[in-house]
Design a protein around this ligand. Structure first.
Ligand code: G1P
Length: 293
């Protein structure tokens, strides 16, 4: 029997070195795209997919991430007093129900695999989702919801995948592809950040996963992989052939918000989707692109 998907793990312990000094005293996942922090996009996407329990893997200086989903009692009271109903509604939408969010500390930056292993008590015997908040996805149907629907078809492990330029395979987890119907891909192998010369394909894992709890047992070996880190990709690779394992080419566009150019592009793309902002943004963009290089 297939267990329903109700849990999500959000690794947010990264140091955000690429965004220094902005991230000196603030978590990079609190950086806003238009007017919402990255972490909020991830939590909203998870809720849309039916997730009810959240675990953030945090570290030093990351308390704002958990605070953000709490009830801001004084702020709410002030807004109510002042009749700011719209702002109040936006604020209320960010609080999660009592007891639905927990956080654990990773303590040492030993890799994504190690971060997920830190959530082992939360995961228990249940399937769970992972969302990497740096990967922001603009889509009709929230990406994790697409994965959750596919999981109900296939069971097993399922990861969001997308084609990347061949010369960029060394930035991602890359699939060795079996049967492929253009949407669902059978995963025959997985390699973390392979050199383009040896990459089995250019189909890469994007930061959305639905995994079976057994992955924790493989993570517990603490084997070091690419970059000397404990890699989630390596633990997942050990489950190929044991359990169904698929990649889903999701509908939507992914922005790498861990990268400055990707982050700026996300600002523009998300702003252009906003009726209150799109006309002004379109107008000023025209002025910039007409400037000769
Ligand atoms: C991580 C994973 C990688 C995946 C990527 C997606 O890498 O290790 O397999 O393709 O996220 O964004 P990172 O970006 O943390 O180096």
């Amino acid at each position: 029997m297939m267990k329903p998907l109700r849990k999500a793990v959000l690794p947010v312990a990264g140091l955000g070195t690429r965004f220094l000094p902005a991230t000196k005293a603030m978590a990079k996942e609190m950086l806003p795209v238009v007017d919402k922090p990255l972490i909020e996009y991830a939590i909203e996407e998870a809720r849309a997919a039916g997730i009810e329990q959240f675990c953030m893997i945090t570290g030093r200086g990351k308390t704002a991430l958990v605070e953000h989903f709490d009830i801001a009692f004084e702020l709410e009271a002030t807004l109510r007093e002042r009749g700011k109903t719209e702002a109040l509604a936006r604020l209320k939408a960010t609080s999660l129900s009592p007891g639905s969010i927990v956080s654990v500390r990773q303590q040492e930056p030993l890799g994504l695999g190690h971060a997920i292993w830190c959530a082992r008590a939360f995961i228990g015997d249940d399937p769970f989702a992972i969302l990497l908040p740096d990967d922001l996805i603009l889509s009709e149907t929230p990406c994790l919801q697409q994965l959750a629907e596919a999981y109900r078809e296939t069971g097993g492990n399922i990861v969001a995948v997308s084609e990347v330029p061949h010369q960029h395979t060394n930035r991602y987890g890359i699939l060795d592809i079996g049967a492929d119907d253009g949407r669902l891909v059978e995963v025959r192998g997985l390699v973390e950040k392979p050199d383009p010369a040896v990459a089995p394909s250019n189909l890469s894992v994007i930061g959305r996963y639905v995994l079976l709890p057994q992955v924790v047992e493989h993570l517990a070996r603490m084997e070091r992989g690419a970059g000397g880190e404990v890699q989630l990709t390596d633990a997942m690779a050990r489950m190929i052939g044991v359990t169904p394992f698929h990649g889903l080419r999701f509908e939507g566009r992914r922005f790498d918000c861990g990268d400055k150019a990707g982050f700026l592009e996300a600002q523009i793309a998300f702003a252009l989707k906003r009726p209150d902002l799109a006309p002004a943004v379109r107008e000023f963009l025209r002025n910039y692109v007409e400037v000769p290089a």
